[in-house]
Design a protein around this ligand. Sequence first.
Ligand SMILES: Nc1ncnc2c1ncn2[C@@H]1O[C@H](COP(=O)(O)OP(=O)(O)OP(=O)(O)O)[C@@H](O)[C@H]1O
Ligand SMILES: [Mg+2]
Length: 283
Amino acid sequence: MLRLENLCKRYPTGDEALKSVNLEVPDGQVMALIGPSGAGKSTLIRCVNRLVEPTSGSTRLNDLELTGLSRRRLREARCRMGMIFQEYALVERLTVMENVLSGRLGYVGFWQSWFRKFPAKDVSEAFRLLDRVGLFDMADKRADELSGGQRQRVGIARALIQNPELLLVDEPTASLDPKTSRQIMRLVCELCKERGLAAIINIHDVLLAQMFAERIVGLRLGEIVYDGPPDGLTPDVLTDIYGEEDWSETIRAVDDDEKENGKTGILALDPVKEPTQQTPTQV
Ligand SMILES: Nc1ncnc2c1ncn2[C@@H]1O[C@H](COP(=O)(O)OP(=O)(O)OP(=O)(O)O)[C@@H](O)[C@H]1O
Ligand SMILES: [Mg+2]
């Protein structure tokens, strides 16, 4: 369980990005965080792992109070939280395998990592994860030879090899085409279910959020203005979150999509093929 209590962030510029946010995310829950640009979505995610230092309030991950940890303890705590980024944040000149193994850097010693010597069990776990995300045959490819979808799969495997309790995901599909976006969202959600992992996924695409997340939290100007199920996102609620617009098209798009796919389970659309059956062109 992740618990945020009265979390506030005021940047030195005076921007009040989070205004006393209270939020609980139980184990195994996939939550989408939506809201207009500047609402504070990235700030919230980054306050959790303290890439951004909260101004006040408390953040607890299970038994551990994250605010106030020393640098060393924070490094250990960050191993418990996997992060997936919009721009993948891979090391371009390293291989897929090396990028995945870099997720273990919080665990292996400095010299081991300097010589890129990882325990055999980490390497076999990396292969297992690459298989799961559909990249088994690409372990030796350099990151700069991959497509966007493939890069994000590496980012997912790198986050999971940490064996985290929580996934923090910031705009995972913003640089991807619509089909790849769905595949990536589906993969993240399936992996969370398989591992009982909680996730906060920042996402601009309301339709994707509704399709894949079991809970939606809407943020506006640093405050939570909606917290509920995907089908509670009525035009009025969307207006609360984003402001005045015609939301009927968005709502209709979800309805159509569900009808087209015989409804409704979140994972019922275009099921992911077994990773071993995937070819690079499908990514
Ligand atoms: N490093 C920073 N210094 C000062 N102000 C910042 C900084 N980062 C973010 N802000 C401000 O905090 C507010 C929230 O920004 P944040 O990046 O968290 O929003 P967001 O919801 O992630 O937006 P987007 O959808 O565009 O990514 C904005 O007003 C932004 O200008
Ligand atoms: Mg952001």
